[in-house]
Every structure is written in C-alpha cells, then in structure tokens.
Design a protein around this ligand. Structure first.
Ligand SMILES: [Zn+2]
Length: 216
C-alpha cells in the first residue's frame, strides 16, 4: 500500500514543504505550494509569507482557478491571503487539466547551474523517468503575470519541470506526492551535475540511456 500522507491536501502539502526544507532543497520561505481541489474549480495555495516547514491547515487559502478570488466568494475570517505567486499556479492549472499539484521552490543548486548556463544532467533512471525534460523560461519579475505566462506556456507544451531563470522552479504533478518527488529528483540531478562540474569532469558524465526510460 502506498504510504504517502493521505487525506486533506493541505496536510499533504505541509508534509511536502517540511520534507523539502529538511532535505535542504530550499530555505523555509523560498517558494509556495498548491493542490487542485477535487470536483471543484478551486485550489489550495500556501498563504503569503508562510514558511514551508511550518505549514498548518490555516496557512492555506482556497481560491478560484478562474479568477483567483476566495472560494465561493467568501473571505474566511482570519484567513490568510494567498501567495504573491498565485498567478503562476492558476495559469498552469488552466492549461494543464491533468496537473493536480504544483511545487514552486527556489532550489539552490538548480538555480546556480541555470545561472551558470549549465544544463542539469539526467544521470539516473529516477531522473529520466520523473524529470524526463527540464525546460528553462526567460527571466520575468516574481509575482508578475508575465512570469505566470511563460511558465504556463512551458507547461502547455508538456513540461513538468520548469526552471524560472534567476528565480526557481515550477514542478508539476498529478498528485502532491509526484510533484514532491519530482522536486527532490530535480535538485538531486542538479547536485550530481554540480559535483561533476566542480570536479572538472562534467564532459565525462554520461546521462541515463533512453532505453532505461522506456523499460522503467
Ligand atoms: Zn518564487
């Protein structure tokens, strides 16, 4: 039986946030998370200014996918305002009905490699299967409609791992678990690539053969 956190999507996102910060992917406030609510045109998204390793159910806002307004038009008392990066999440959900969770992080090694102009290598079968293709989008200001637009265009083209230049990543999944897993593998692939780069052997680093992807 799968043993990932079950039940309320906010609990799943809180687990993902805690785990990713604990794993050193990102400092506590470097990103935001969301999940599409089943059978509703809404999603849960982390509140503005929340730390990813300290999330409780009250740290999430439920917003409409169409307009980003509070779900059902009601503003909950004591409710948190949604993340300033809300537009990024909404634009991606609109173009990808299959996506049910989005992990937006500022992961250190992936960012460094992208800034250096180095492509992240897919070394293991995990990288090949879960990441498959990493797409970089040009720099746009954080929180802007322009950023949401370039990320959504990459998502509409089928990418699940999107690097936002000089900012972070937007990792998509059909569940919180898969988006979480992809984010972990993205930074792992980046760390392996950086290790080879720092050792001066990046040009000798072989990538996972395509055959492994097909048989996985
Ligand atoms: Zn960000």
């Amino acid at each position: 039986m799968p043993n990932y956190v079950a039940g309320d999507l906010r609990d799943q996102l809180a687990h993902a946030g805690y785990s990713m910060v604990s794993a050193g992917l990102v400092v506590g406030s470097g990103g935001n998370l969301s999940a599409r609510v089943p059978d509703a045109d809404t999603c849960w998204v982390t509140g503005a200014g929340t730390w990813l390793d300290r999330l409780n159910r009250s740290d999430f806002a439920e917003v409409g996918l169409a307009d980003g307004g509070p779900a059902g038009g009601r503003v909950p008392r004591d409710g948190v305002p949604p993340s300033t990066e809300l537009a990024l999440h909404l634009a991606t959900y609109r173009v990808r009905p299959d996506v049910r969770a989005i992990v937006h992080l500022h992961p250190q090694t992936a960012l460094l490699l992208d800034a250096l102009g180095e492509r992240i290598r897919l070394v293991s079968t995990d990288h090949a299967v879960y990441l498959r293709r990493i797409v970089t989008t040009p720099f746009r200001p954080p929180g802007s409609a322009e950023l949401a637009g370039v990320a959504a265009a990459a998502a509409a083209d089928g990418a699940n791992c999107i690097l936002l230049a000089h900012h972070g990543c937007s990792v998509l999944g059909e569940s919180v678990e898969i988006a979480h897993k992809r984010a972990v593998y993205l930074e792992e692939a980046a760390r392996l690539t950086y290790a080879a780069l720092a050792a001066g052997v990046l040009d000798k680093l072989p990538e996972c053969p395509d055959r492994s992807i097909l048989s996985a």
